[in-house]
Design a protein around this ligand. Structure first.
Ligand code: HEM
Length: 229
């Protein structure tokens, strides 16, 4: 996972001043809030309640069981999100995060050889083929949003409408008429930020309160990558 070193650095800085108090779960929620503030045009800091505690176990399998996959259809994505209390609208809203960052070739390579021109814009597919050659020995990384790569904006939704998104799961969002209506309305929200931004903030705050441990549950980890000995 790219960026985990930053979480470790934040954790070390906090531990040096105030050991055993601030959880990695809180640091992660604050880091997401701060990344949003840095990347969203004009900046915007939303409130993040604190007091989360860290888990007593760390399980690769548990993550796989709970996270959606880039090969998921819309109905699979809906099921995964619904299992955590998130609606189709919130799925569309949160997916806007794919307006920044990168993806490894392995996350979408199966869409390229061969590509389906009804699902991926041919010139975009050919550009991606150049970045992710079929028999490459290195697993390359590719920018998710080629139009405004470092801006957390609604360009993602235009990219979805133009079939210029990396993941099958991104494209899949447009396969339902109700979802498509939301995508179209978000895509037109670029200057005013009245629609997507408040929805995204609300959904991020809800995500940050999902399955949290509080009080005496769990632990405050000393390092984020491992449970306490
Ligand atoms: C809808 C279901 C989702 C699926 C299937 C999905 C899948 C993925 C995949 C496969 C990658 C590329 C990983 C790699 O190859 O290194 C990725 C990247 C990313 N995703 Fe998602 N994601 C989903 C939802 C979300 C949500 C809800 C958020 C945040 C609110 C999010 C934020 C990101 C970010 C920021 C990146 C770029 C990471 C980087 O630059 O290293 N994604 N996602």
């Amino acid at each position: 996972m790219r960026g985990l070193d930053l979480i470790d650095a934040a954790k070390s800085a906090v531990e040096a001043i105030c050991p055993g108090v601030v959880s990695c779960a809180d640091i992660l929620a604050f880091a997401a809030r701060d990344a949003f503030n840095l990347l969203v045009p004009g900046g915007c800091l939303y409130d993040v309640p604190a007091g989360r505690r860290d888990g007593n176990v760390s399980s690769f399998q548990e993550a796989l069981d709970n996270l959606p996959a880039p090969t998921n259809t819309l109905s699979q994505l809906e099921t995964t999100f619904a299992a955590k209390g998130f609606s189709l609208k919130e799925l569309i809203t949160l997916s806007g995060a794919h307006s920044i960052g990168q993806a490894h070739c392995f996350s979408f390579q199966s869409r390229l050889y061969p590509y389906d021109s009804t699902q991926i814009d041919p010139s975009f597919a050919q550009m991606l083929q150049g970045k992710c050659p079929q028999n490459a020995t290195v697993n390359g990384v590719v920018t998710q949003d080629f139009v405004t790569p470092d801006s957390l904006d609604v360009q993602y939704y235009t990219n979805v409408l133009n079939n210029k998104v990396l993941l099958f799961s991104d494209w899949a969002l447009r396969t339902d008429p109700i979802a498509l209506t939301t995508i179209v309305s978000y895509s037109t929200d670029n200057l005013l930020n009245l629609l997507w931004r408040p929805d995204f903030i609300k959904a991020m705050q809800k995500l940050g309160q999902l399955d949290v441990l509080t009080g005496t549950q769990g632990q405050i980890r000393a390092t984020c990558g491992a449970v306490n000995p």
